[in-house]
Design a protein around this ligand. Structure first.
Ligand code: ATP
Length: 246
């Protein structure tokens, strides 16, 4: 038995939007340093789960705990302060500041001055697209590039828990590769990752564990390697999106 509090624990959470019940009695546990992908068809409740963990949607019932602390009633900015980062949606990007200044804002908060230059260059090495645009106001980047900047910000100031809701949505295949490379780097640096992803194969290849949602309920949970076998056998049926992807 592992008695240490999990990085994230979701206990019997239900979410409703008026008459629509998006999540029903969902429970899961994510240990520090591990990565969990959430799979499911459109409308299964994946985004609602991410939103409830990030604190942008309040559950109708149930609890959310971060490192054993009950944060259920906390707004998202308070969760950010205990290390919960929510992607994508370009959150936290300052559109009028240049790309490089967007990164410097975070560096000033989280990295000692002697290391800032190195961390910045590492971020640009990881995201060449951003390196070329470093002087451009962030608001003038394309949607995909803004996504990259949001990820770069996560990497220069690694959170304790990264909640990434379809970070590759709408991106060209080359940028999808960059997103997954960045997620891997974050995980290698010890960031715990909750990933909502449409590309099942990529998600399972990345994650340690998987949860499949069906109509707002947990239909399956277990190691990602086992989920890969289940997907190959067609077991999840409508539960998981198409495994095809770029
Ligand atoms: P998708 O991949 O299509 O985003 P999802 O698995 O992320 O789907 P959710 O977005 O969490 O699922 O939606 C779950 C259910 O809640 C769906 O029936 C959806 O139509 C509904 N829903 C989501 N957001 C709202 C909202 N703001 N108001 C009303 N209903 C909503």
């Amino acid at each position: 038995m592992n008695d240490a509090p999990a990085r994230l624990e979701v206990r019997a959470v239900s979410v409703a939007y008026g008459e629509v019940r998006a999540l029903r009695d969902v429970s899961l546990r994510l240990e520090a340093g591990r990565s969990l992908c959430v799979l499911g068809a459109n409308g299964a409740g994946k985004s609602s789960l991410a939103a409830v963990v990030a604190g942008v949607v309040a559950p109708a019932s149930g609890r959310v705990l971060i490192d054993g602390t009950d944060v259920t009633g906390w707004p998202s900015h308070r969760r950010q302060r205990v290390g919960v980062a929510y992607l994508p949606e370009g959150r936290g990007i300052f559109p009028h500041l240049s790309v490089v200044d967007n990164l410097k804002v975070l560096l000033r908060r989280s990295v000692p001055s002697s290391a800032r230059r190195r961390v910045l260059e590492e971020a640009f090495a990881r995201f060449p697209v951003l390196a070329h645009r470093r002087r451009l106001p962030a608001g003038r980047l394309s949607g995909g590039e803004q996504q990259m900047l949001a990820l770069a910000r996560v990497l220069v100031a690694p959170p304790r828990l990264l909640v990434a809701d379809e970070p590759s949505l709408g991106l060209a295949p080359r940028l999808v590769d960059e997103v997954f490379a960045a997620l891997r780097s974050a995980r290698d640096e010890g960031v715990t990752v909750l990933l909502i992803e449409q590309y099942v194969e990529r998600a399972l290849d990345f994650a340690d564990d998987a949860v499949v949602l069906q109509r707002g309920r947990v239909a399956w949970s277990g190691p990602a390697a086992e989920a890969t076998e289940q997907v190959a056998a067609g077991y999840f049926g409508e539960g998981a999106a198409s495994p095809a992807g770029p």
